[in-house]
Every structure is written in structure tokens, then in C-alpha cells.
Design a binder for this molecule. Sequence first.
Ligand code: PA5
Length: 408
Amino acid sequence: MIRVDISKAEAIAAVPRMTDGERFAVRQKLLAHPRSEWVGLPSVYGAEYVARLETAAARLRAQCGAVVIVGAGGSSLGARTLIDALAEDGAPEAYYCGDNLSGAYLEKLLVRLRGKDFGVVVSSKSGGTLETLAALRVLYAELRARYGASAPARVLCVTGDEPSALKRFADEYSCETFDIPANVGGRYSALTPAGLLPAAVFGVNIAEVLRGAASEAEPELSEAAFRYAEARNALYKAGFGTEIFASFEPCAERLGAWWRQLFGESEGKDGQGIFPATAAFTGDLHSMGQYIQDGRRDLFETVLRFSDARSALRVPASEFDDGLSPVALRRFAELNALAEEAVLDAHAAGGVPVIRITAAEPDGRGFGAAVYFFELACAYSCLSRGIDPFDQPGVEAYKIRIKQRLDI
Ligand code: PA5
């Protein structure tokens, strides 16, 4: 279901394959890590659990024309990826907050919610993230003002099971609450309720998402993830310090934002690590194309494509001569694929190694598989370089300073 093609990277830098013994050792390190519970989760969440998530989601959805997802980092990006790509037609309007402290942003959000019945899904593993709690205060005050005693029924909580401010909030108001397992870190939580519950509210088929991830827990996926990890590590060693995640399908744009956090936070430690950047093609070729083709030669690209983008839309015939007659009646899918070939050829010729990752269709299964694949590849990339993929000591430095200045 996931294929990795590194031919356009190998043409520029050798990508040695780890021995089976080395790969086995890395896999063992992963499974022995106390924070690797996410590896088995897609197979562990059964139909009963999915039904519980879907029931809560349907209850919220039935009351709301708009739903606000409140959370930061790993407690928001996975949900947003699934919602942006897979939300059902007719789903409530989606709004996001809890990842900034901008009063202007929150004020505008309240204006947008005027006249709309709304609800909230709030997610925080630690239950203590400042931005998330501050936004929740604002939204809960609005819910209380509008709905009085029935406000709590419009809030779903997702959090870890340690005592925390969010946990106390959920208990105090008896909000329905779902757990992020204790041993799963924020950026590896997309396939836990942190990603699945909000996705279900927007009609995403979360059983399919989990099936896509679970069916991938197989040797072929591990092989693909290792090959991607090996290519990244070889390129880094050869001096390519920036990786651009790109896709020619806009539905993968949010996945890029999620990917950036996954790799950035897992790998960027002790003065080391590939800098993760993102681009959406062909759009960003009109802004970043020059740099990618011709700027500093220390970047490589990872391009995700879906093997069967389903659209049958064709370029219409036209009496007006805009120069497009040669492509009239050809499918956009075909044009997009040809554009991708042309662009990646040009980039490779310009000295940019390209790793191509092909997932299946851009549906629940495809996204489930892609998310799980990148999580696995990230863990392999880090562990084979002796980096702990599951801590983020650097994140604390700014958090401590903000809290000191705010005296909280
Ligand atoms: O990966 C991580 O652990 C972080 O990026 C968190 O997801 C982010 O800081 C939000 O934390 P929390 O879920 O505790 O609110």
C-alpha cells in the first residue's frame, strides 16, 4: 500500500541498506521503548471502541452547525489532517484554536460563531497547555452564556489519564472524556482519540483510517519505512540538511504540517537533525520554485503521491484560444501526474535528491496508512542514529519562560 522510490535520490548520493541484523536491532529498540505503545494501537482499538467514539461524535454533531477543535501540536495536527482531507460533505463547519494566544484570532472566531450552534472538542495530552486552556475558557464562557446548564453536553474532552487542569474541568462539568494512552506522546497520537474523535465528528470513517494503519503493520510497510529512513539518513550524512515534504494533491497539505512536527520534534536534538519544511505543488513552485531549483544545494524533497486520485474531471473544450487546445479533454489527474514527473525531473537535474512515496487512494485507508508509515519511518530514522524519537526536552525551555513571565 505504501511504496518508496529513492532512484532520484540514489542518483545523487549513495543510500546503503542496513543489514537485516541492523534493522532487527532498530526494530527491537523501538518495541522495547517505554513510549512505543502507538505501534500496536491501530490493531488494538476494536469495533466497540470505534463505536463509542462515533456515538459521542454523532451526539455532538447532531447539535452543531460548527465545531471548534481546541488543541496544540500533536493534539491538533493529526485531527486537522484527517478533517481537512476526509470530512464528509454536509459536516459541521470546522474551526481551530488553542494553539496561539492571539486575542484578535479568538475574537474573530467568536464573531464567526455568531448565530451558529456550536460545540467543542478539546484535546491535550498533558491537560495543562496554556494556549489550549486559555482558548477553552473563552469558548466555554460563550457556551455557558448561550446554552446555560446544557453547555457541558457540547464539550468532548481528550486527555491523558494523569491529574491535570483539563481532567479537572472534564470531571467538574461531567464532559464525556476519552483517554490518550499514557505511553503515547503527542506527535504519535494522531491514531488515538486525539485525532480520531474530532475526525469522527466531521464524518470521517475512522474504522477505515484504523484499518489502513493496522493492515500496514506488516513486513512490507516496515521495509518501506526502513528504506525511507535509510535514504533520509544517508542524505543528511551527505550534507543535505533540509527536507521538503511536498505533494501535488492539496488534500495532503495538512499532512505536511503534521509530518513537520513529527520529524522536527523527534529528530531535532543536540544540535543535530534534518530541518523539516513543507511545500504544496504546483502552487509553491510559483513562490519557492526558484529556490528549490537553484538555491543552496543542501535540500532534498520527499514527495507524497496518491496512486489513484479519483477525479475524472477533464479540461473542457473551448472556442476561446488560450493555448490549451493540446490538453483539451485530457483528465486533470493525467496533467497533474505529468506535471509531477516534469517538476521532479527538473529538481533532480538541479541537484535536489527526490524521495517519492506513493500511497493508495486519498481516502481513510490511504491516510491511515500514510500516517502510520511516517510514524514508523520517523522512529526508525531516529533510533538508527541513536536519537530518542519520543522526548522533546527543547520544548520545555520556552514553556518555562512563558510561565515565569505570566507568573502561572
Ligand atoms: O508532541 C508533543 O508532545 C507536543 O507537540 C504536544 O503535542 C504539544 O505541546 C501539545 O501538548 P498537549 O497535548 O499536552 O496539550
